[in-house]
Write a protein that binds this ligand. Structure first.
Ligand code: FES
Length: 269
């Protein structure tokens, strides 16, 4: 079945898009900037941060306009989208003002806020020290990996990302996906002497069979191997050594001398 294509406008320019795409996906494809904090292309959007607000209207809506989150709103035939206006800027500034109040010491939030003209919060600053903006990317990536080791706990202003019962999460494999996807570096972790520390747990690291460098925690190796349906032994070489081995194999393959009999046939012809 062929995909349905819809026509829409963004900032007065006409575009075509596949039905089901979001406004953010189309804007990204066309190089139209829309700020985001809780979005990642590899994960389902949830509309947590509201920073990607844009204005929409439609010729059939008799002048009605509305603000929607671009990461969630699907495109439709005739949709008219505006990504920059005074009202939109004001909404984004208010969101960043609130985020600065929650995380006054988060460098990334300070940077994004400053880019939108907000250099200090006009709200009461959070007394609890945190750089977590509750975007939920860490929880979502952990779920997509199939671990579900962390989640959200409590409600309202006490809401936080946490492990079950505040204990070291038993389902954590120490992969650090949560820490790497976090836009504000809110999840601390470290690798020291072949041991990884994250979420109040220590994970023994597997070392590369060629160079001896730590690659990943034993728990992650076993998890990934089981998921891929392969022996863990296939994953005990680090990326650098694997690449080196591949290069050597290619070089060897291209320098193999042709059998003398083939040279003789070529010379005789
Ligand atoms: S990026 Fe759309 S709500 Fe956060």
């Amino acid at each position: 079945m062929s995909e349905k294509v819809v026509n829409l406008e963004i900032n007065g320019r006409g575009f075509q898009a596949r039905e089901g795409m979001t406004i953010l996906e189309v804007a990204k494809r066309e190089g139209i900037p829309i700020p985001t904090l809780c979005h990642h292309d590899a994960l389902e959007p949830v509309g947590a941060c509201r920073l990607c607000m844009v204005e929409i209207t439609h010729p059939n809506w008799r002048g009605w306009k509305g603000l929607v989150t671009a990461c969630l709103y699907p495109v439709e035939e005739g949709l008219q989208v505006t990504t920059e206006s005074q009202e939109i800027h004001q909404v984004r500034k208010t969101i960043l003002d609130l985020l600065l109040a929650r995380c006054p010491d988060a460098p990334y939030i300070q940077k994004v806020a400053a880019e939108h003209g907000v250099t200090a919060t006009s709200f009461k600053k959070n007394e609890v020290q945190t750089v977590c903006i509750l975007c939920g990317l860490c929880v979502r990536v952990c779920a997509v990996k199939g671990c579900n080791a962390i989640g959200t706990a409590r409600r309202g202003i006490r809401r936080e990302i946490a492990a079950p019962f505040g204990m070291p999460p038993p389902d954590c494999i120490g992969c650090t996906s949560c820490a790497h996807i976090c836009p504000t570096d809110a999840i601390p972790w470290e690798d020291v002497n072949g041991v990884r520390k994250i979420w109040d747990q220590e994970f023994e690291m597997v070392r590369c069979v060629s160079c001896g460098r730590p690659i990943m925690p034993v728990t992650q190796l076993e998890f990934e191997a089981k998921r891929a349906g392969i022996s863990p032994d296939y994953m005990t070489t680090c990326p650098a050594c694997s690449q080196q081995k591949t290069l050597e194999t290619i070089r060897t393959a291209f320098t193999i001398k042709r059998p003398a009999s083939e040279d003789a046939v070529e010379a005789a012809s």
